[in-house]
Design a protein. Structure first.
Lengths: 310, 424
């Protein structure tokens, strides 16, 4: 780390607010925490006496568990709230909820919400540090960071790589965080998917939209696929998942266009046989479980860093 | 209260009569008169030195929320906000609770308006409940005081219903105002484009508006009836309107100050006071709107004043209500276009007074002797910061709070009666 650097962020709302230096610092911190999960006694006292609230307005198994494991390995006290976004119909708004939780003096609130921008709104009404665990189609910064950590582990660098991201870019907060993060670290991110699922102007985030699947994957260091849904809110995005798997799935043949040791990644959960056939999802190039392992380390680092700055 | 005045030393701007000169405006018993000989010797004098003296501004598109949502605004508070913004008349849209789709509601609004600071003209609904199923009783509403009809906020999906509305309204010479939006394309919360993509918010394409603008033009063309397009936000719509006007279609159109002032970049930070429908568009659309205000493609600046409380606005962007208040900032934002040489003063007054009066067939809009003395005095130079404690409207949902603005109304007069006055 360069001298004089310090992590200046009170909240983690998105990769967009993080500089390349911030990202390197988070990944280095995560790296140093990783071995804690390999110890027989997987606990350090770093966040003892700190209160962390998991405020999840959307169903989530993996991300919530990962944050909870991370917090507990740091000895924080964690509490889970599964709230409903429709609680507004009962007269309680997000701001009401925020003020009530804030009155209990938590140190960190981790929020998952189906509305883009909800973590920012929360951060304006609480004293605690806010960590975004995914908001709408906006950002999923801890996922972006764990993806970068995984690639860096296997490639030794985040600079000069070709990252291919295939699938539903429009509805993916992971895609946005990855596009911003990988390009900020000096790699090229190539996107491909059905044109119904490529959002207008994504190039302005630094991504390159590939005209074909082959071109996106050719010589790639990383092939990342995103979970697909056939239809959203009566918006006819795809004729069928069958056609999707044939036209946009990463078969062995398509994967062979990438570098021989290219990494296969997926933020999970995988629709096996749709985005990836089982032999690719579970094949030797797959680092999907490394992503999960690194998720805990990255989240430990984020909790540690935002507390260090409170 | 006197309604007889000599307003001296002002710059009289009256686009209908082609006047732009320093001079005197003479008012006797609430009406404009030709010569000083018509005035009593002791007529009080208003020194309008340094000010513009213009026909009272008319906002043909506001939401006053009464009946039904008086916690946001009511007719009296909305009219007070209008007077302080330089308006002497407003036309209020029918999306009240209940909807103004019948003569009884229209009459109730007119009765409330009798006490209001400015003239308040109800706009009736096109369809019952603005639900787009069945024509409302347009003739009855007109008899009760409606000056136009619109299903504003609820675009008329059914093209046959819209055609019949245009035809039937023509019997009563009732202008039909279209909220032009193709609903199946319009499921987002902001303009579709790079900013929406970056923010992860669902976009509304410009085509959602333009497709419906073209439908209205086509229907006006085959029926020979006039149609007025509300709150135009896209360059594509303006191209369609410009071409239609060139071939003689009776189409008129308005835009709102936020569309010529802001772009979708303002949504950055998820400020719900930048959420409105149609949404703030791209810089290219804003540029096209500014051009169209100058070249006559757009006829009117109207605010779409849409008060909401923090209950509707201090929420997630996706869940926030559409709309912002606008009566108190419309004139300063319009004056900025004059300073930027987009419009000359006379054109601004045509857009904010003469043209809405003509389209809706209202008194005012000109300074012709014999007409009602609805007058606005404007200080085009004075600067002020628009802060929350100055807001006259009951609601404060505006992205312009904290803006340093230049130029404002300093006196508003309805039939010669002073309704607002900060003239020093």
């Amino acid at each position: 780390m360069s001298t004089g650097y310090y992590f200046a962020h009170r909240h983690i709302l998105g990769i967009e607010q993080l500089s390349a230096e911030d990202i390197s610092h988070i990944l280095n911190t995560a790296d140093s925490f990783k071995e804690i999960s390999d110890r027989p006694i997987k606990k350090v006292p770093t966040l003892r006496g700190h209160t962390i609230i998991n405020l999840f307005f959307e169903p989530s198994t993996r991300t919530r568990l990962s944050f909870e494991v991370a917090a507990k390995r740091m000895s924080a006290d964690t509490f889970n709230i599964s709230a409903s976004t429709s609680s507004t119909t009962k007269g309680e708004t997000l701001v009401d909820t925020a003020r009530n939780i804030s009155a209990m003096h938590p140190d960190i609130i981790i929020i998952r919400h189906s509305c883009s921008g909800a973590p920012l709104l929360l951060s304006k009404h609480v004293k605690a540090a806010v960590v975004n665990a995914g908001d709408g189609a906006h950002e999923h910064p801890s996922q972006g960071l764990l993806d970068m950590m995984t690639v860096k582990e296997h490639r030794g660098t985040l600079s000069g790589l070709k990252i291919a991201i295939i699938g539903d870019i429009t509805h993916s907060r992971v895609a946005r965080s990855d596009v911003i993060g990988f390009t900020r670290m000096g790699s090229d991110v190539h996107l491909h998917g059905p044109a119904t699922l490529i959002p207008q102007g994504i190039e302005q985030l630094g991504a390159i939209v590939s005209p074909s699947l082959e071109e996106a994957v050719r010589d790639a260091d990383v092939v990342m696929t995103l979970r697909i849904q056939r239809e959203r809110q009566n918006d006819p995005l795809l004729p069928s998942l069958r056609e999707y798997s044939r036209q946009f799935g990463i078969s062995r043949k398509i994967l062979s266009l990438a570098k021989p040791d290219a990494l296969v990644m997926h933020p999970g959960p995988v629709n096996r046989g749709v985005e990836l056939p089982p032999d690719v999802a579970d094949g030797t190039q797959s680092v999907i479980l490394d992503q999960v392992t690194n998720g805990v380390a990255v989240r430990m680092a984020l909790l540690y860093l935002v507390m260090g700055n409170s | 209260m006197s309604t007889t005045w000599r307003i001296v030393n002002g710059r009289i701007i009256d686009p209908v009569n082609g006047v732009d000169r320093i001079g005197e405006l003479l008012i006797r018993d609430g009406a404009l008169v030709e010569s000083a000989a018509d005035l009593p010797a002791d007529t009080p004098v208003i020194d309008a030195g340094g000010c513009w003296v213009v026909p009272g501004l008319i906002d043909m598109h506001v939401h006053l929320r009464e009946p039904g949502e008086e916690y946001k605004e009511d007719i009296l508070t909305g009219a007070q906000a209008a007077a302080s913004g330089g308006f002497t008349a407003v036309a209020c849209m029918p999306n009240t609770k209940p909807v103004n789709d019948n003569a009884a509601i229209t009459a109730m609004i007119r009765a409330q308006a009798a006490e209001a600071a400015v003239r308040v003209y109800p706009v009736g609904a096109i369809s019952l409940g603005s639900s787009g199923q069945q024509l409302a009783e347009l003739g009855e509403m007109q008899a009760a005081g409606a000056v136009a009809v619109s299903d504003d906020g609820h675009p008329v999906r059914d093209s046959q219903l819209m055609r019949r509305a245009l035809e039937y309204a023509s019997n009563f010479k009732l202008p039909v105002i279209s909220h032009s939006e193709e609903a199946s394309l319009s499921t987002g919360v902001m303009n579709e484009g790079p900013v929406a993509t970056r923010l992860g918010l669902k976009g509304i394409p410009t085509a959602a508006e333009s497709i419906m603008v073209y439908r209205e033009i086509a229907l006006a063309e085959i029926t020979g009836t006039p149609v007025h397009i509300a709150h135009v936000s896209t360059a594509m719509s303006l191209d369609l309107i410009r071409a239609a006007k060139a071939r003689g279609v009776r189409v008129s159109a308005e835009t709102a100050p936020h569309y010529f002032t802001l772009t979708d970049e303002a949504v950055e930070g998820y400020d719900t006071n930048t959420k409105m429908n149609p949404p703030l568009r791209s810089a290219a659309d804003r540029e096209a709107i500014r051009t169209a205000l100058g070249d006559g493609t757009l006829d009117v600046i109207a605010t779409d004043h849409a008060p909401h409380s923090i209950l509707e606005k201090e929420v997630e962007f996706d869940h926030a209500a559409n709309g912002i208040i606008g009566l108190e900032t419309s004139l300063p934002l319009g004056l900025a276009l004059v300073r930027e040489k987009v419009l000359d003063p006379s054109r601004l007054i045509a857009l904010m007074s003469a043209n809405p009066a003509r389209i809706l067939g209202l008194p005012g809009g000109a300074l012709t002797p014999g007409m009602v003395a609805d007058i606005t005095l404007i200080d085009p130079e004075c600067t002020f910061t628009y802060s929350a404690d100055q807001v006259v409207s009951k609601s404060r949902n505006t992205p312009f709070l904290g803006w340093k603005l230049q130029g404002r109304a300093v006196m508003t007069m309805v039939s010669g009666d002073i309704r607002y006055n900060i003239l020093s």
